[in-house]
Every structure is written in structure tokens, then in C-alpha cells.
Design a protein around this ligand. Structure first.
Ligand code: F6P
Length: 323
């Protein structure tokens, strides 16, 4: 046990994710239970650089579990991408006498945290992104809610797609990763899933649609990960090549909002609690992860450098089940 943790800074950074508020609540309440002060930093690193920081009480985090977004607000900080910005942020953490800084965010935000750790700030990372694109962890806060939101939209588009006997191209988020697309596609019974991790030729997609039509399928649902390119253009090409009326829908930012699912609430709560506990135990520069159903922490740099090989199983399963 360490007595060195008396004052913690807490921020959310990058794209918001449903469940971030549960992580904030868990950090604040676990810290207060252990006589540690928590200072909430507004708008991620932007707020840190401007000194937008205030102590948080247990009451400040009442009634926030069910709310999407982040009560701390968030931003994508350009300044934190510069050496001067990192230096300034590290100096501010020292000036504010923060014994540790908890960063809730995705790859970019945690990479900013890693840079700060190299300047002597004790960083504890909590993975929060709908994209699930941090290879060191099996789960990132927000993914389940985002997938369920996309799935709800896909189910609705399916209704109109069937009525009009159309092909629907539905673009989901995920930055460079295809996890939202894979999960939405498999759970929504999509005929095709297009993701950055694998090659799908346009000719093969068109062939699948024509085969499906000849086998009597009245609609085709094609899920496209945003990292794979232009879904409007794909829809036009499909319509031109098949003669089947085709529409594209880009789900966009609706996937980032909404009340978090139980999965996200529980994961965020446990990760928030365990992040503070790890700091109390004297751990430094770690990232919380979920591995094989358990929650633990690993070295931040090791975690960010870890690369997992793409597994094609979900794609293949979706294809088999969509025949
Ligand atoms: O990282 C979350 C995410 O929603 C990505 O899926 C998407 O590419 C990006 O953020 C969009 O960012 P912004 O809200 O800044 O446009």
C-alpha cells in the first residue's frame, strides 16, 4: 500500500463513449472512500492546458450512470500533439501537485498519457472508445452501447429495405477498425460486411447480391466500416451493376450517444474502481484492461505497443449464417 496518493487528476479525452460517466463516478467514489481528493479536468487535455480543474465530490457524480457522453466534457487536443504542449501539461500536473492522472479515452488520448508519463506524471489509463481498437484489451468502454445502437438502426433499415426489395449499404463508425461493423453485421444478419482488416472486392460483393437475388432474397444488407471508404459510391456502383435499387445510410455520431448498456456500466465501474485501487497499491503508468473475462492492469507503454492479429472468425460466421 502506498500513502503517496493524496490527489488525483481525472479527465476524459478524444471521442466520448457511453459509459465514461460510470467510470468517472467509480473513480471519484473509490478515491473519496480512501481519503483521496479527485480533481476533475474539463475538456480533456485542452482543459488541463488551460487549468480548467475543480475538486469533485461524491455528490457531483450522482445521477450520471445512465447518461451518455461525459460530464467532464471532452476534446481532441492539437496542442497535446506537440512537444511544447506535452511539456506544458506535465509541468501543470506537477504545479497542481497531482500524484497521478487518470485518463479515460482511446488510443490517441492514452498515447498523450504515455508522453506525459515520460515527463514524470504517473498515468493510469482507462480504455474508453466505441471503436474497440486498443489491441491490449478485450473490451473498451462504449463498444457494446454503440453496437446496440447501430443494430437498432440496422433492424429499422431492414424493414424498409425488405418492403422496397432494395439493397441497403449502412456505414458504421470504427475509425481504422472493423469491430463495430463485424458485430453489427453478425447480429443484424447482414449479407456482407466490409472492414479495413480484410479485402472484399466490389465485384465479389456485386456477385453475392446477384446470387442472393436469384435465390429469392428480397433485400441485401451491406455493413461498411467507415475506415473502408465511400459507402455512397459503393451504393451507386451496386445499383448500376445489379439494377437493384440501392440506398446508403451513414449512421455517424448517433452511435456515440445514448444511455450505456449494463455491459458498459459494469465494465466502466469496475475499471474505475480498480484504477484507483492500483494507484493506492503503488502502481505507476498502467492501463486497465479486460482479459479473458477478468479485469487487470498492464504497463501503459507495453499495452499501447501490443498488436493483436486479426481473427477472421466473426466475418466467416456472419457469411455462413447469411446464406
Ligand atoms: O473514436 C471514436 C470515433 O467515433 C470514430 O469511430 C470516428 O472515426 C471518430 O471518433 C469521429 O471523430 P469526431 O467525433 O471527432 O468526428
Amino acid at each position: 500500500m502506498s500513502d503517496n496518493i493524496k490527489k488525483i487528476g481525472l479527465l476524459t479525452s478524444g471521442g466520448d463513449a457511453p459509459g465514461m460517466n460510470c467510470a468517472i463516478r467509480a473513480v471519484v467514489r473509490t478515491a473519496i472512500n480512501n481519503n483521496i481528493q479527485v480533481f476533475g479536468i474539463k475538456r480533456g487535455y485542452e482543459g488541463l492546458l488551460k487549468g480548467e480543474i475543480a475538486e469533485m465530490t461524491a455528490k457531483d457524480v450522482s445521477n450520471i450512470m445512465f447518461r451518455g457522453g461525459t460530464i467532464l466534457r471532452t476534446a481532441r487536443s492539437e496542442e497535446m500533439r506537440t512537444e511544447e504542449g506535452i511539456e506544458k501539461a506535465a509541468n501543470l500536473c506537477k504545479l497542481l501537485k497531482l500524484d497521478a492522472l487518470i485518463v479515460i479515452g482511446g488510443d490517441g488520448s492514452l498515447t498523450g498519457g504515455l508522453a506525459l508519463s515520460k515527463k514524470g506524471v504517473n498515468i493510469m489509463g482507462i480504455p474508453g472508445t466505441i471503436d474497440l481498437d486498443l489491441d491490449c484489451t478485450d473490451y473498451t468502454i462504449g463498444f457494446d452501447t454503440a453496437v446496440n445502437t447501430s443494430l437498432d438502426a440496422v433492424d429499422k433499415i431492414r424493414d424498409t429495405s425488405t418492403s422496397h426489395e432494395r439493397c441497403s449499404v449502412i456505414e458504421v463508425m470504427g475509425r481504422g477498425a472493423g469491430f463495430i461493423a463485424l458485430w453489427t453485421g453478425l447480429s443484424g444478419g447482414a449479407e456482407e460486411i466490409i472492414i479495413p482488416e480484410r479485402e472484399n472486392s466490389e465485384e465479389a460483393i456485386i456477385e453475392t447480391i446477384l446470387e442472393n437475388r436469384s435465390r429469392g432474397k428480397r433485400h441485401n444488407l451491406i455493413i461498411v466500416a467507415e475506415g473502408k471508404g465511400n459507402s455512397q459510391k459503393l451504393a451507386k456502383n451496386i445499383e448500376k451493376a445489379t439494377g437493384i435499387s440501392t440506398r446508403a445510410t451513414i449512421l455517424g455520431h448517433l452511435q456515440r450517444g445514448g444511455s450505456p448498456t449494463a455491459r458498459d456500466r459494469v465494465t466502466a465501474s469496475i475499471m474505475g474502481l480498480k484504477a484507483v485501487t492500483a494507484l493506492i497499491e503503488g502502481k505507476q503508468n498502467r492501463i486497465m484492461i479486460e482479459k479473458n473475462g477478468s479485469f487487470t492492469d498492464i504497463d501503459l507503454e507495453e499495452g499501447l505497443n501490443f498488436r493483436r492479429e486479426y481473427d477472421d472468425f466473426l466475418y466467416k460466421a456472419a457469411k455462413i449464417l447469411a446464406i
